[in-house]
Design a protein around this ligand. Structure first.
Ligand code: ZN
Length: 134
């Protein structure tokens, strides 16, 4: 598989409205608006940083993955996303290597990207996202 770069860091926050002030006002990163992905029970907001981005994640439901993460671990870095050239190829390669996946097939995330998560048990505790943007 070809990994192109760290696409973004996903950071779980209680509230994007409150959370964004540090990233946009203190650090001066451009705020490019929020987008809700209902299927994942999350609202996301992206802040570009050079070749990568910071993604803030706010849960839209108390049983969503981000709400559960905050309940267990508190606010903070929830996942690291790597941009890959071809996500289907990457998932096939990982499956062949016996890596436990959360998503066997890509789904559509914020911004229309194809995304898939690897299981943290396969990565020493880090929730890893693969994403492909065309
Ligand atoms: Zn992400």
């Amino acid at each position: 598989m070809k990994i192109l770069k760290i696409d973004h860091l996903g950071i779980a926050v209680n509230s994007i409205d409150e959370g964004k002030s540090f990233w946009s006002e203190v650090l001066g990163l451009p705020f490019e608006g929020a987008e809700t992905v209902e299927a994942q029970k999350v609202t996301t907001a992206f802040f570009p940083v050079g070749e990568s981005e910071v993604e803030l994640l706010e849960s839209t439901a108390s049983d969503g993955p981000v709400a559960k993460y905050i309940e267990k671990k508190g606010q903070g870095i929830q996942h690291v996303a790597f941009r890959v050239e071809n996500i289907e190829d990457a998932l096939a390669e990982l499956k062949e290597k016996g890596v436990r996946l959360i998503d066997e097939a890509p789904r559509i995330g914020a911004g229309g990207a194809k995304i898939a998560f690897l299981h943290p048990k396969a990565t020493n505790g880090v929730l890893v996202e693969l994403c492909q943007r065309d």
